[in-house]
Ligand binder design. Sequence first.
Ligand SMILES: [Zn+2]
Length: 145
Amino acid sequence: MTPVENLLQRLEKVKGRNGSWTARCPAHADKGPSLAVREADDGRILVHCFAGCETANVLGAVGLDMTDLFPPDEKRKDYPVTGKPSMKPAFYASDLMRIIAFEALVVQIVAFDISEGKKISENDRQRMKVACERIEEAMRYANVN
Ligand SMILES: [Zn+2]
């Protein structure tokens, strides 16, 4: 069984094929399928919850961890003794764009309230902080800064 098959069999409402799926996110009360799963050419898996769940929480909810996103092949021998992958998973440019666009929308919504002179809630403030961190992280993956 490949890493992606191992993940997909633990998820509900799985749709898709050819290396790209959507499913119910196991880490939050997900009505629509907000979890995107991609399999890279080298077998590594990209997981992204569009409701904002951390990948580690998504995997934890189905009994997996970050190392389960990597194929158990030769490269695994290079990983540090902790078992954690030393390489970041491969992201497609289109996935990065989607993450950046989604988080930019979050920032835009909150920034609009600020520009209107409205007070923003602590929740919104925290969410905007997370969005800024995610954009920064995505930019680092994309090597655009
Ligand atoms: Zn989620």
